[in-house]
Design a binder for this molecule. Structure first.
Ligand code: TYD
Ligand code: MG
Length: 458
């Protein structure tokens, strides 16, 4: 029986229920409901306040007032600034999420170091590492001279006092899960604590005009641990990703009130921290040698930049009753669709074959324009004919088996030309853009061309 006024918060999704139960009704997680102990409500808080503003009621405003927007804070780490939408917005809060060990602390230490060297007043507050540890790492990365103000602290009260004593431009809190308020009974890392700490820091950011970056660890199911609530409180959510075994790290915006969410920032983790990768195409292409059968270079667009990336397919007889479909870096549903179209419209059978599809370099592509590249890689693997070394591929495939034009075809071809590619297998609409294009109107045309190795100029 629920006690009067007691509330139970799911530690996984943050949903609040008035009764305890073994399973959260919202996210269906088990044993995650915990009674939330909140401080006593100030008397009269539920009745309308008697302030002058409250007596005046709701005040409406017009749209046509020019509010000066303060300039963005450019940190100097271009890949980070671009994902933020062209620098960090003052008086905003950003959540940077990622797996433990992916490099969040390294990235943000480099960001504050660069920003402080550009004259911004920056603080880095760590709840995870000692000051000596952070200092040693910064020195090893050659950032020992950056005028960053460092602190190791987990107590929210001490942190807020410290932050209010100075006039910071940019503050990093690493990580939000380690911060806790002594005014709450809930343990550190609980939803209640994380929400309270994030709430206080976001309010501080808005009130004092400071840009605050909260670091958050991600759980194995890909959610920012515990508090999805934090995602709703901040202005931007960035995720820092990397495939195991690859040095590449990709920063993506999952939400951004001040910019596009399709920009990516590319970094390479090395001996001395993260290196910005200004031309990612070179990374995602297999260097040197003949291109093997089953590989196609996709001319993609990530945010504002064209990126060339190799798509690899392997089609092999299945040893088991149920053939395997394994996809890395692309959408499994999209693969199923392309396979169905290849079967229905081109007569290629995959029923008894295992299929592996991999996007090189650990990149994850989401554009429908990759359809034709995936199909070309699959066809090439099945017929055992390699695509020409200097050929890029792009185009969307419809269920009817048509190859449809995609956005920014000229930009894709320009990037291909820049990197030494000399031809493209692409929608017919891409012909006439000043680049040798083998236009295909239907997927069956692409199959025929790859099978016959028909890529002679003219
Ligand atoms: P870290 O920034 O601590 O990750 P997070 O804060 O996301 O948990 O990065 C830890 C990993 O990065 C660790 O496995 C070591 C590696 N690393 C390097 O390879 N080179 C470096 O210069 C640094 C600082 C870290
Ligand atoms: Mg860390």
């Amino acid at each position: 029986m629920a006690r009067d006024g007691a509330l139970y918060t799911c530690q996984s999704c943050g949903a609040v229920q008035s009764r305890w139960a073994g399973q959260c009704a919202a996210c269906l997680s088990w044993n995650t409901l915990v009674e939330e102990v909140s401080g006593p409500r100030p008397p009269g808080a539920l009745t309308p306040s008697k302030s002058a503003k409250a007596r005046a009621g709701l005040v409406f405003e017009t749209l046509d007032v020019d509010t000066p927007t303060p300039p963005r804070l450019v940190t100097g780490i271009d890949e980070f600034d671009r994902v933020c939408g062209g620098g960090v917005v003052p008086a905003s809060a950003i959540l940077v999420g990622g797996d433990p060990g992916v490099g969040k602390s390294t990235l943000l230490l480099q960001v504050v170091a660069a920003a402080s060297l550009r004259g911004l007043n920056c603080a880095y507050v760590s709840g995870e590492e000692a000051v000596e540890q952070i200092r040693a790492r910064a020195q090893r990365m050659g950032l020992g001279h950056a005028p960053v103000k460092l602190a190791a602290e987990t107590g929210l009260r001490e942190i807020m006092e410290g932050l209010k004593r100075d006039r910071f431009d940019l503050v990093i809190i690493d990580s939000i899960q380690t911060m806790w308020s002594d005014q709450l009974e809930a343990g550190p890392g609980s939803v209640t604590q994380v929400r309270a700490a994030a709430g206080e820091l976001v309010r501080f950011a808005k009130k004092r005009g400071v840009a605050v970056v909260l670091v958050g660890h991600v759980t194995k199911d890909g959610q920012i641990a515990g508090p999805r609530v934090v995602e709703h409180m901040v202005d931007a959510v960035l995720s820092f990703e990397g495939e195991r075994g690859y040095p590449f790290r990709i920063l993506r915006a999952a939400k951004n009130r001040f910019g596009a969410t399709d920009e990516i920032g590319v970094f390479e983790m090395g001996e001395v921290g993260l290196r910005e990768v200004k031309n990612p195409s070179a990374l995602f292409l297999n260097e040197g040698g003949e291109r093997a059968a089953g590989a196609a270079v996709f001319a993609g667009i990530e945010g504002s930049r064209p990126v060339l990336v190799e798509v690899q397919a392997l089609v092999a007889p299945s040893a088991y009753g149920t053939p395997r479909r394994a996809v890395v870096g692309w959408d499994g549903g999209r693969l199923a669709m392309v396979l169905a179209v290849l079967e229905a419209r081109c007569g290629l059978g995959f029923g008894d074959r295992d299929i592996y599809l991999n996007v090189a370099g650990g990149l994850r592509i989401t554009e429908p324009a990759a359809d034709l590249a995936a199909a070309a890689a699959l066809i090439s693997s099945v017929v055992g004919e390699a695509l020409p070394q200097d050929c890029v591929v792009f185009g969307e495939i419809s269920l009817a088996g048509d190859v449809r034009p995609v956005g920014r075809m000229e930009g894709r071809l320009r990037e291909a030309a820049k990197l030494g590619f000399g031809r493209a297998l692409a929608p017919t609409a891409a012909a006439g853009l000043g680049f040798p294009v083998f236009g295909v109107g239907r997927l069956a045309d692409a199959l025929q061309r790859i099978k016959d190795g028909d890529f002679a100029a003219g």
